[in-house]
Write a protein that binds this ligand. Structure first.
Ligand code: NAG
Ligand code: NAG
Ligand code: NAG
Ligand code: NAG
Ligand code: NAG
Ligand code: NAG
Ligand code: NAG
Ligand code: NAG
Length: 787
């Protein structure tokens, strides 16, 4: 008899119930919401009977007076539910047969850097230079591009935005099973042939008679990401004249389905799972997810709603693209790093927002970066003062604290400054990481009567912060000498802050944004993460045109576009690319689509040199994965590294899950599945991934990994040759060095052996393995680490 019943639950098999004395539990405090994850949904059972069995299971554990309630029942892509449970009930639940894991509903965060603290913004798919597909380049005559559907788990959508116009689009594909939820300020008429689905999820179990939940976007984030992924072209888009051009999504012909899983508080794991469950059942092709756990939270694969939901989505052929997080530049900060996810890092684009400082005398202007809506005169006539020269002398102090005060006054900590000295002046402040936030410092100075602020950053940032109507610009410390020399050289220094202009063709670009989360993954060093990089700095895309004073410059109308930043903005660029690849190659698996995107990525910037971070240091695959996405090249990769769901099960074996857990997690028809006896963390490197990661290579050791390539090119008989870029200290041998594909041989394997030449291997080194037929270039990064 099979021990595991997957999601189904049968009473007679259950051991007696733990008697939790629950009738007595006071109703004083609401119990936490828990997620009960029960693995794959059985193909044959109807949704309603599953919900019924979930309710039975819940009732068997909960013995309170009131009837327990399911907050959500997951029953399409996978099985489980969310409900309020006491700790004891949760423990009892986790011992039930068929239950994989029981965990407190986590709250995840959006991966945008935007916040008042930092009001740094979002940047969207660049107007004008969208890396969209030039269809005439692909050599394909198919017009399949119409019918891919991109689902987003996000904050909702502003359906009236011109980016969601369905002008010229064909009828909604017949296979679509989604719906357009009715809610506050939202109904069926808000959906069209572009926005074909919209659902929203409540985390509240109070039966509310008024449908306050609605797919309408109260935040802006979901509107921005949706239009970045698949927005229709909008001419004359700009942010108050800045970044003007045509705004369009990465796959402007794709449809959009919004699953609103986030509110002002963040994104509940229970809603995220419901979004996955519905999106898979509705029939999306690609999911774009710009949110994740905090990097300190570290849920494992069976307690992370994104890992769970995406596993089952990928099992059903849906490509899942997620943001890597905004916790860079520290190492090991990447999230959403499961090997079935395509994980996206953020880069700059070749546009930045320049707001220069003009000094009195015969000085040149100093280049600064910020967005302002100020009304300062263009001639340098405003008095200028350095915060360090404006310190207050009110309190008597010891040498020590005087010194400290001087340093904080140079950083314009308000209590250290003499308001009289700064009134009516442009104030120069140094800024370091860990200081009071820039936006707070600026608003305090503004309240104290300053007429403008020049921030001197000791850390370069590629974000143009938005200070609305107050004149502010930011310059890097390296560029500040001239400013300080000038201030020192005269009794009455004067300056002005010039209007912001958008400078394009900026070099070098792309660069890795400092905030972009970095590899390696904390879960395993044998999978290289992140996978790919895409634009995520100062991205222009659609925005709800709300009258919100923190967003609208005084005297201006609300803007239907906004500039914001984050890996949140990078993710939908890649989701758009994935939809494009899928539309030209409808039969490809999520792994093949990922491979196409990764092996065709770009690793040079527009200066024809190696990618760097935005502070100028060389970047590595731990920063950008396989490189910057190239949507056009990804359509025709030549070869792909494919993988099936069973490959991910072997990964889970090697990672440490046992056969019985894995059989519950996965499609229960895989009855014969057993974890190999030799399962080990080392064998994770053998997952047929488009990059290679090998850890623990110490001393003079060797490690061999294998890979299999599938020919997806137009020619059946074709020969590929390998070339290797090896790092110092490592011998890399590929066998064979030539792959000859034929009609009967679409798949060919090769082995790579990495040998440490001496025992002095640095913590990690990187290299590249590239297969080429003269036309296609199939490139994989690798990382070898000693630990
Ligand atoms: C399990 O996999 C089989 C074969 O791939 C498929 O036919 C079936 O629909 C899957 N069942 C579920 C519940 O995903
Ligand atoms: C698209 O590609 C074709 C052929 O390479 C080229 O002639 C055309 O100018 C390109 N169009 C755009 C908009 O880049
Ligand atoms: C600080 O000292 C200067 C002279 O050194 C004096 O003119 C000024 O009034 C003092 N300010 C305060 C707030 O005591
Ligand atoms: C300007 O003068 C201050 C002291 O008043 C000194 O610390 C600083 O190094 C000088 N800066 C330059 C660029 O001369
Ligand atoms: C914003 O305010 C203006 C004028 O106060 C008003 O006409 C407009 O309808 C408002 N827009 C929204 C979206 O509330
Ligand atoms: C498999 O792992 C789960 C979770 O760690 C554990 O509860 C279970 O007893 C294990 N099963 C076997 C057969 O080892
Ligand atoms: C592990 O065992 C499987 C059989 O279960 C075998 O095919 C495979 O070659 C083994 N791998 C290694 C690295 O020993
Ligand atoms: C984007 C923007 O409106 N920038 C403004 C910054 O301030 C100058 C005046 O100093 C305006 O002319 C710009 O338009």
């Amino acid at each position: 008899m099979r021990l595991l019943l997957g999601c189904t639950f049968t009473f007679f098999l259950l051991p007696f119930l733990l008697s939790v004395a629950i009738g007595e539990v006071e109703k004083k405090k609401k119990n936490d919401v828990y997620i009960v994850y029960m693995g794959a949904a059985p193909a044959s059972t109807s949704g309603d009977s599953l919900t019924q069995s979930h309710l039975q299971l819940l009732t068997s554990v909960v013995q309170r007076q009131e009837q327990p309630k399911l907050l959500h029942s997951y029953r399409h892509a996978f099985c489980g539910f969310a409900a309020r449970l006491s700790k004891e009930e949760a423990q009892a639940m986790s011992r039930k047969q068929g239950v994989v894991s029981v965990f407190v509903d986590p709250v995840y965060q959006l991966h945008t850097t935007r916040s008042w603290d930092f009001l740094d913004l979002q940047n969207s798919v660049e107007a004008g230079s969208t890396p969209g597909l030039n269809v005439s380049d692909t050599g394909s005559s198919s017009t399949g591009a119409d019918d891919t559907i991109i689902g987003l788990l996000d904050t909702g959508i502003w359906p009236e935005s011109p980016s969601f116009s369905d002008k010229g689009m064909s009828a909604v594909p017949k296979r679509w099973k989604g719906t357009c939820d009715k809610g506050q300020d939202f109904d069926k008429s808000n959906c069209n042939k572009k926005l074909i689905g919209a659902r929203s999820y409540s985390t509240d179990d109070d039966d509310s008679p008024i449908p306050i939940m609605s797919p309408r976007d109260d935040e802006g984030h979901g509107t921005h990401t949706s239009s970045t992924a698949a927005g229709s072209p909008v001419t004359d888009a700009s942010y108050y004249g800045l970044a003007a051009g045509t705004a369009k999504g990465g796959s402007p012909t794709s449809r959009i389905a919004m699953y609103k899983v986030c509110g002002g508080f963040g994104c509940a794991g229970s809603s995220i799972l419901k979004g996955f469950d519905d999106a898979v059942a509705d029939g999306v092709d690609v999911l774009s997810i710009s949110l994740g756990a905090s990097r300190f939270f570290r849920p494992d694969f069976d307690t992370d709603p994104i890992a769970i939901g995406s596993f089952h989505a990928v099992e059903k052929g849906v490509t899942v693209v997620c943001s890597a997080g905004n916790d860079g530049p520290s190492a090991a900060t990447v999230v959403n790093a499961a090997p079935w996810i395509l994980t996206v890092a953020a880069t700059t684009i070749d546009r930045y927002f320049e707001s220069d400082v003009a000094l009195g005398g015969n000085n040149d202007a100093i280049k600064g970066e910020a967005i302002n809506f100020s009304k300062l005169d263009k001639s340098a006539t405003y008095p200028l003062i350095y915060g360090g020269s404006a310190k207050s002398n009110s309190s008597s102090s010891t040498d020590q604290s005087a010194k400290k005060k001087k340093s904080i006054s140079s950083h314009c900590e308000l209590e250290s400054l003499d308001a009289k000295k700064i009134k009516g002046k442009i104030v120069v402040c140094k800024h370091s990481e860990g200081d009071t936030s820039k936006s707070s410092t600026v608003s305090e100075l503004k309240d104290a009567g300053a007429i403008g602020v020049i921030l001197v950053n000791d850390k370069q940032s590629s974000l143009a912060a938005n200070y609305l109507d107050f004149p502010v610009t930011e310059i890097p410390l390296q560029a500040a000498d001239e400013l300080f020399t000038y201030i020192n050289s005269t009794k009455k220094p004067v300056a002005t802050i010039l209007p912001t202009i958008a400078v394009t063709n900026h070099k070098p670009a792309p660069q890795i944004a400092y905030f972009s989360s970095r590899g390696p993954s904390w879960q395993t060093k044998n999978i290289l993460k992140p996978d790919i990089a895409a634009p995520g700095v100062n991205i222009l895309a659609a925005w709800p045109p709300r009258n919100d004073s923190s967003e609208v410059p005084p005297g201006q109308k609300p803007s239907g576009f906004n500039l914001i930043s984050g890996t949140s903005m990078s993710c939908p660029h890649v989701a758009g690319a994935a939809a494009t690849v899928k539309s030209w190659n409808p039969k490809w698996s999520p792994a093949a689509i990922r491979s196409a995107i990764m092996t065709t990525a770009i690793v040079m910037n527009n200066d024809k040199t190696q990618l760097t971070t935005d502070s100028g240091s060389p970047a590595t695959p731990y920063d950008f994965g396989a490189g910057e996405v190239s949507p056009t090249a990804a359509v025709q990769p030549g070869l792909v590294y494919d993988a099936e769901p069973v490959d991910y099960l072997l990964f889970l074996c090697n990672y440490g899950y046992n056969t019985s857990t894995i059989k519950t997690i996965s499609n229960s028809t895989l009855e014969g599945f057993e974890c190999p006896k030799n399962s080990s963390k080392d064998l994770i490197s053998n997952l047929n991934y488009p990059s290679i990661a090998v850890s623990n290579l110490q001393g003079q050791a060797k490690k061999t990994v294998s890979r299999t390539l599938t020919n997806v090119g137009a020619e059946e008989e074709i020969t590929y040759l390998v070339s290797v870029q090896s790092p110092a200290g490592i011998d890399v041998k590929v066998v064979p060095e030539k792959l000859q594909f034929t009609k009967n041989n679409k798949k060919l394997s090769y082995q790579v052996t990495f040998a440490a030449k001496d025992s002095s291997l640095k913590s990690e080194v990187f290299g590249w393995i590239t297969w080429s037929d003269g036309k296609h270039r199939v490139r994989s990064p690798f990382v070898i680490s000693s630990k």
